[in-house]
Design a protein around this ligand. Structure first.
Ligand code: FMN
Length: 165
């Protein structure tokens, strides 16, 4: 059983979750920034992680998954600024299922990630009122993902691997 954990992360939140999943996964494994991952060949299980951006999965991730997912076991993890339990999250999870349609979708993990100060500053200056509203969310995201989220991500990794045994 060989597992790939690959992720996109601009300010480190998704990377932190990627590292927790990687640590927990048993067997042969690799962890790669998405820019260093060329395809899913040779892996029995792939975890793909991303920050939600502009209410969506970043295009780089969805294109990469669609191009490589056929016949593969795949699970996702995402970080976002909106509070956990927000309605929007269901649509992002739904989009994960959609882009993995040609493969074997095993599940998605999500948790809040801190908005970096330079991102808050940028969002507060944006013309789009929804982006501005994200900037205002900044303080409520402080410290995320915290240790309890990291633990949950590890449990998720175990649960996903368990589905293949
Ligand atoms: C340009 C931009 C757009 C974003 N759009 C959203 C969004 O639509 N919904 C959301 O919940 N968070 C949004 N975020 C917040 C990030 O998803 C969040 O901070 C994430 O944890 C960043 O992960 P990273 O540190 O791995 O890059 C956005 C962040 C940026 C920089």
């Amino acid at each position: 059983m060989k597992t790939l954990v690959t992720y996109l992360s601009q300010t480190g939140n998704t990377k932190k979750i990627a590292e927790a999943i990687y640590e927990e996964v048993a067997g042969e494994k690799d962890i790669k920034d998405i820019k260093d991952a060329s395809n899913f060949e040779g892996y029995d299980l792939v975890f793909v992680g991303f920050p939600v951006m502009q209410f969506n999965i970043p295009e780089k991730i969805s294109n990469f998954v669609k191009a490589n997912v056929a016949g593969k076991n795949i699970a996702f993890f995402m970080t976002h600024a909106v509070p956990e339990g927000s309605e929007a999250i269901q649509s992002w999870t739904g989009s994960c299922k959609d882009i993995a349609e040609a493969g074997n979708y095993l599940g998605s993990f999500e948790c809040q990630g801190e908005l970096a100060q330079h991102v808050i500053d940028m969002l507060l200056k944006a013309d789009d009122p929804q982006m501005k509203a994200f900037g205002e969310m900044g303080p409520s995201t402080k410290g995320q993902p915290d240790e309890s989220r990291v633990q949950k991500a590890k449990e998720f990794a175990k649960e996903i691997q368990g589905k293949l045994q």
